[in-house]
Design a protein around this ligand. Structure first.
Ligand code: ATP
Ligand code: MN
Length: 467
């Protein structure tokens, strides 16, 4: 092979014709006739393929038999102006090396069935499809934009633990972490599990949220964010829940609930705008295949101000809707937690834009939320999005030691494992706020995919932890 350096296809497609180039990638399709073959080559750098044109007389007949969908190639040749429509340049092949053949009888992506359901059954190979290439590139762009956003604001990226003793957040059911022999569990005098014999000498689990540790960071360096894996033993098989997902949790000292909402709104708009500015090829591909309203829906959230309403106002709206004949599967009245059908009614039917709900009944929210003076509600805030429902959940935190301790007792929670957290209120307590954005919920919104299993490369859901 020549001494040329490989150029990525994304770069090649933007280059001027007339140069010798080396491209490497996987064959998407091959067509042509006896004289000339056309090979669409993709290397994952872009949704677009480069067309390789091969004059059949220059190559061994056997070569084209080995070039099948999925095979990997190195192609050297001249970048020329393309005769066909759809691309500006193509490669007139001089040398083609088959790096790896791909048996057409066995290759799972050869099948006519390209449904997302089928692809989930061959999830180890689905990353090779155009769809997952697009999703992975958008996912990467969003991860980068998240770090960029917070970095520009001077937030500190805080790494909170994945293994935790804290089980008091009530955010979701936890996966236990243990090295105890499950066939021979040591018992204490009362007949309970003797966790002092376990690896950490206590009961530990995978984290459901980095927030409590995040508060330790925020009350030290001011503004932090976490961005890491989060685990919830969600036994509901919904298209919006994973057992392992990624969450971004900013936490800010000296922010009240209004500052919190302002930041959340600015943040999601920034991310959606970043995707529009940097991922348009992939967005248009996904739009054409899965969701014709995608780009318009995305533009719809960047240019407007989100609606802000209290939980109590939202209940009134929903009750009126029911009285006017709107049918919901789940009942709604003051005190109930909204289901996604209620959230989507507010966003899609009533307001026609994203909604930030605030001031929820204390009983349906976590112990750490700041208590309002009415004695009934707490200063939580949820950001609701079209098609998704809840995308962000957050709150101003209760800064008063006395009120926080009273709430912990009221809920019958043990203070013992929370002393470290309560110390933030004992020593130099400050008003502070934060929120959590589910990364895959955001990705549902910016890819138009309908199922959360299709926006993460290796989904974990009940009865499914392949690879
Ligand atoms: P939901 O009511 O949708 O289950 P939640 O109230 O449990 O959400 P929070 O505890 O507030 O959610 O978590 C913050 C964010 O994390 C949510 O707004 C959502 O974007 C995301 N999230 C929560 N649970 C999951 C999950 N199982 N899979 C993916 N994302 C999730
Ligand atoms: Mn939940």
């Amino acid at each position: 092979m020549s001494t040329l350096k490989r150029t990525k296809i994304k770069t090649l497609l933007a280059m001027e014709p007339g140069q010798q180039v080396l491209a490497k990638g996987w064959v998407r399709t091959k067509r042509g006739n006896k004289q000339v073959k056309f090979i669409a080559l993709n290397d994952g750098s872009t949704i677009n393929n480069i067309q390789v044109v091969a004059d059949a007389s220059l190559f061994d007949e056997d070569l084209f038999r080995r070039i099948t969908t999925g095979a990997s190639l190195a192609v050297t040749g001249e970048l020329t102006e393309s005769q066909g429509s759809g691309q500006a340049v193509e490669i007139q092949a001089r040398e083609i090396e088959v790096l790896g053949e791909c048996d057409p009888m066995r290759f799972p992506l050869q099948k006519k069935d390209t449904s997302l359901e089928y692809l989930r059954t061959v999830a180890h190979m689905r990353l090779r499809t155009n769809t997952f290439g697009a999703v992975l590139r958008i996912r990467n762009a969003m991860a980068f934009a998240i770090h960029k956003f917070f970095n520009e604001k001077g937030f500190v990226y805080l790494h909170t633990p994945l293994i935790t003793e804290s089980d008091a957040e009530g955010a979701g059911d936890m996966f236990q972490v243990t090295t105890l022999d499950l066939k021979n569990i040591p018992l204490d005098k009362k007949g309970g599990v003797d966790f002092s014999r376990d690896f950490f000498g206590k009961k530990t689990s995978l984290t459901v949220s980095g927030q409590l540790e995040g508060e330790l960071g925020a009350t030290a360096v001011g503004e932090i964010y976490t961005f890491g894996p989060t685990f919830r033993a969600e036994n509901s098989n919904t298209p919006r829940h994973l057992a392992e997902f990624w969450m971004i949790e900013p936490e800010m000292a000296f922010y009240d609930i209004k500052d919190d909402m302002d930041l959340a709104e600015e943040f999601v708009k920034y991310l959606v705008q970043y995707a529009l500015d940097n991922c348009m090829d992939d967005l248009l591909f996904l739009q054409s295949k899965y969701d014709e309203g995608l780009v318009e829906r995305m533009r719809g959230v960047t240019g407007i101000t989100f609606e802000r309403v209290t939980y109590t106002q939202a209940v009134e709206i929903l009750e009126k809707a029911v009285a006017d004949g709107v049918k919901f599967e789940f009942p709604v009245h003051w005190g109930t937690d909204f289901q996604s059908e209620h959230e989507r009614y507010l966003v899609e039917k009533y307001f026609g834009k994203p909604v930030i709900l605030t001031d929820f009944p204390a009983a349906i929210k976590a112990f750490y939320m700041k208590q309002n003076d009415d004695g009934k509600t707490v200063r939580g805030m949820d950001v609701l999005f079209p098609k998704i429902g809840e995308i962000i959940g957050g709150s101003e935190r209760e800064a008063s030691l006395e009120k926080l301790e009273r709430r912990i007792d009221e809920l019958g929670m043990s203070r013992k494992n929370l002393e470290w957290y309560i110390d933030t209120r004992r020593y130099g307590t400050v008003p502070h706020s934060g929120f959590g954005l589910g990364f895959e919920r955001l990705l549902l919104f910016v890819t138009g995919m309908a199922n959360i299993r299709d926006v993460i490369p290796f989904p974990r859901t009940p009865k499914n932890a392949e690879f």
